[in-house]
Design a protein around this ligand. Sequence first.
Ligand code: ADP
Length: 256
Amino acid sequence: ARERSARADRLESLGQLAGGVAHDFNNLLAIILNYADFIADEVSGDAAADLSRIRNAAERAKSLTTQLLLFAKREPTRVEIIDLNQVVTEAGELLSRTIGENIRLVCRPGPDGLPVRANRGRLDQILFNLVINARDAMSEGGVVVVETDYVELAEGAAAGLPAGRYAQLTVSDTGCGMTPEVRDRLFEPFFTTKPADRGTGLGLATVYGIVGDAGGTIGVESAPGAGTTFRILLPSAVAPAGGRAGRSAGELAHGH
Ligand code: ADP
């Protein structure tokens, strides 16, 4: 059995709590929106404007609870052997179109295929969260660099990781960076320094969960004014040849 740290346990129970609350709230918000629709035809003037404010707030709350549900989601996801380079290239194209004009996204896929055992949607989620955070940290513009490579770790080279080959994903930005206080709390669910209508504090908690489920680690280097680099290591997937106790592609694993 895989040993679990107290931190992972705490994140998991917070996730379950969040999921339960989000589920109930989603139902209640659906009722609010429903009744707002019922009376929409019957009111006019100021009352109609007020009603539309109620609707907008309820819609925003609903999108928040939907994100919460995504974070707490414990449904099994399909795990396959995926080339991390391909994910970076494809997601990069999409992201460069949404990231804004004053920000340059540079993708540097590694030298050759980087097979990892993961769920495609979850890998996209990692990239989106990290790149969008980088954008948010660069209000004046800047550069985000997404790089992949493989690294060979010796025994004891990285805490919590066995020796072997890993696929490495780094996302670096030239943004505002963070203080040690923020860096220490990054991965906590609901920790955010953004205004309430912009940040949920769930992005990095979700990323942390996905990386952990895939048997990897995530680290961060950052200082105020010096930009930020996130570094993710995922175990390299070896083609399922006999002997080695690897899991086969297509197997279902519990995602975060
Ligand atoms: P959210 O984006 O909703 O705030 P996250 O969990 O994704 O939630 O991030 C938590 C906090 O970590 C952010 O509010 C921000 O303060 C900090 N952060 C994350 N990524 C970066 C980055 N690239 N540069 C500076 N600060 C960051």
